[in-house]
Design a protein around this ligand. Structure first.
Ligand code: SAM
Length: 163
């Protein structure tokens, strides 16, 4: 799934609709050892190198309580990705797949998500293992791992709906 900007045989490129502003704010930047997409892990691993989530002002207070979790979800913006390919041909297979059936960085809104191991918090920097993005990738959000999280607010009706 590693690519820079090329289009491979069988891939389908579309005209990108005009962007709508979702009002996203970058809350920080991710510092990793990788400066080439061709060398970055395709998916991070729990025993990968320690990477740094550097949180910008004014968001440092938002880290309070995060240290209760061993594992956290990191959401980031894969800023160098193409956004206009609907059918993709991962290099290894030669077969073509729909973008939404892949975890490729090439997608209309290039969000990356990783469940990573929380190593520690030093001031406004969160240390984690398990990232798979380029150095300086913009950071969008951090959440506790949903499997370790119990909502703090009381349950509401929808929580009990099944079927
Ligand atoms: N773990 C995330 C996910 O599943 O949503 C991202 C997986 S994606 C396959 C990881 C690949 O994206 C890396 O191997 C690299 O080729 C590419 N990549 C990493 N950082 C990027 C960035 N800032 N802009 C564009 N591509 C990036």
């Amino acid at each position: 799934m590693v690519r820079e900007y090329e289009v491979r045989e069988g891939e389908v490129v579309v005209d990108l609709p005009p962007p709508t502003d979702a009002g996203l704010v970058f809350i920080g930047r991710i510092r990793t050892p990788w400066t080439s997409r061709l060398k970055t892990p395709r998916q991070g691993r729990e025993d990968g190198p320690v990477c740094r989530l550097e949180i910008f002002d004014p968001w440092k207070p938002a880290l309070q309580g995060l240290d209760r979790y061993e594992s956290i979800e990191v959401i980031y913006w894969l800023h160098l990705s193409r956004r206009d390919i609907v059918l993709q041909t991962p290099k290894s297979s030669g077969a073509t797949h729909g973008t939404f059936s892949l975890r490729s960085p090439v997608r209309p809104n290039p969000l990356g998500t990783s469940l990573v191991k929380l190593v520690g918090i030093e001031g406004s920097t969160v240390l984690v293992r398990g990232m798979d993005c380029l150095d300086e990738t913009p950071l969008l959000d951090i959440k506790p791992n949903r499997c370790q999280f119990t909502p703090l607010a009381p349950p509401q009706d929808g929580d009990f709906e099944t079927g």
